[in-house]
Design a protein around this ligand. Structure first.
Ligand code: 4AD
Ligand code: MG
Length: 477
């Protein structure tokens, strides 16, 4: 008999029809009531076992974690929180689970503990909700760009270039590292490596994305990116997913409009299409907040925060204005920042970003026109000679969610800047070709997918929104 999904079953009314469900036992009470979950929803289907007509041998094997199949009819339920339940005529054990050894007991486990058993945490309510929301958001992103006529481009994962010019890449090699071939100068001879040169995992698909935008006008990428930065924080991963649109014939303002529209679209889509899971996560966060002292609790629930984000335009200010606000803030004067803001030109730390969005503006903020010294070589130089047409979108509780810019489309300016920054133009000659042949103003940004999921789920550690997190000294599963 065809398997029905619990999510769909819970929406139906009782019928005389016999149906089959399959899932994993969350709990089994009084030798009669199975709370069955198949991952289609956080809500369990109550399966009522006819224990008098079920062999003792079977009853004993209905344990937390076991995979079972149940066949029967749907009847109105008297239990609270559900309208229907399955009156089972037969229960079959598909996969046993030794209740003594099963790491997931039917009780509340800490997120830290669940991170250690990430192979099983999908089966909890919290992670069930988080990863269904992740799925919804991924779909919403593709839907958004597809509806706008963008072309989805697959940029390479292995690359010989360093898009950000910032180092911190994972090397890809097949050389014998215990005895690598050397050249006449005693350096490792990558000519003998698989690709005949030194290669890495990509840190960004942007440069290749720009090539495609110079033909399709509007493109986006959505794929894994890798950074070997030693940032052991709740906001950084060594492997994360990034969405990078690139739009031709566009400037920084178009870029900001696109980013804001996309963020609001996908958040709205998740609220409309996955409200059940978001409501669950909102409640979860409220419960968690109750453990905190009153003055540390958030004024808004997760649902409030998401709706607030849809109802308000993001604040747009320049880096220079931000520095003024930060410098004049009581926080700075009372030396509450770890890094005090004293002069124009310094890079903003996450404490500053969070002060701006959480304390000062209390909404998402787009910071523009950063000093060129702290940004990448490809960003378009402003007329003041000091700043570039960059933008970062900062979110409450998250900090930087999006980083982007208008690109330098003028060949001479780009080459000069690369020279100043010590970036060899020969190696990026393919990139410079777009400036040689039919160059045009264009812009794009990168959205850190996990940071978006953090915001929408209200989770606080980025390792809890990707199934198998990779971080310094951490590569399990
Ligand atoms: O600001 P970033 O480094 O920008 C770029 O990579 C550009 N090439 C994007 C572009 O213009 N096409 O990274 C973009 C975003 C950040 O704003 C942040 O959300 C996320 O990627 N991000 C990370 N997320 C998780 N872990 C990390 N280690 C991250 N580094 C960046
Ligand atoms: Mg950035």
């Amino acid at each position: 008999m065809a398997r029905l999904r619990i999510k769909d079953i819970l929406k139906t009314t009782p019928t005389e029809q016999t149906i089959t469900v399959k899932g994993w036992v969350r709990t089994f009470r009084n030798n009669s009531f199975i709370a069955l979950n198949d991952g289609s929803t956080n809500n369990n289907l109550q399966v009522v076992v006819d224990f008098e007509n079920t062999a003792e041998e079977i009853l004993k094997r209905i344990t937390t974690g076991a995979a079972v199949s149940a066949t029967g009819v749907l009847v109105a339920s008297l239990g609270k929180g559900q309208t229907v339940e399955l009156k089972a005529t037969s229960v079959e054990i598909i996969g046993d689970s030794d209740a003594e050894k099963y790491p997931l007991q039917p009780k509340k486990h800490s997120l830290e503990f669940l991170r250690e058993i990430a192979h099983l945490r999908f089966r909890t309510n919290t992670f069930g909700a988080v990863f269904r929301v992740r799925n919804t958001l991924a779909f919403a992103i593709h839907k958004f760009f597809n509806e706008k006529g963008f072309v989805y481009i697959h940029t390479p994962v292995v690359t010989a270039s360093d898009a950000e010019g910032a180092g911190e890449m994972f090397r890809v090699t097949t050389l014998d590292m215990s005895n690598p071939p050397k050249d006449e100068n005693g350096n490792i001879d990558f000519k003998q490596d698989f690709f005949g040169k030194s290669t890495n995992l990509t840190v960004s698909g942007q440069l290749e994305g720009e090539l495609a935008a110079m033909a399709f006008s509007d493109i986006y990428t959505f794929g894994p990116t890798f950074r070997a930065e030693n940032s052991n924080t709740a906001r950084h991963l060594a492997e994360f997913w990034m969405i990078e649109p690139e739009i031709a014939f566009s400037d920084l303002s178009d870029n900001m409009d696109l980013a804001e529209e996309m963020l609001q679209y996908v958040i709205k889509y998740a609220l409309e299409n996955n409200s059940e899971d978001i409501q669950f996560l909102s409640q979860r966060l409220e419960d968690e907040e109750k453990q905190k002292p009153q003055n540390e609790r958030s004024e808004m629930t997760l649902l409030d925060k998401l709706k607030f984000c849809l109802d308000n335009k993001f604040e747009r200010i320049t880096y220079t204005q931000a520095i003024e606000i930060l410098r004049e803030s009581n926080h700075n004067k009372k030396k509450k920042f770890q890094y005090l803001i004293d002069k124009w030109g310094v890079d903003l730390q996450s404490e500053h970003e969070r002060y701006l969005v959480e304390k000062h503006f209390k909404k998402p903020v787009i910071l523009t026109d950063y000093p060129k010294e702290i940004k990448s070589f490809y960003m378009r130089q402003n007329d003041d000679g000091k700043t570039v047409a960059a933008m970062d979108i900062l979110f409450p509780g998250i900090g930087e969610m999006v980083g982007g810019s208008q690109r330098e489309e003028r060949l001479d300016k780009l080459e000069t800047r690369m020279g100043e920054m010590g970036i060899p133009t020969e190696e990026l000659s393919w990139y410079l070709d777009t400036r040689r042949f039919g160059s045009c103003p264009h812009a794009g940004f990168g959205l850190g997918f996990e940071r978006l999921i953090l915001f929408v789920t209200g989770m606080t550690n980025i390792r809890d929104v990707i199934p198998f997190p990779r971080a310094p000294k951490n590569c399990e599963f």
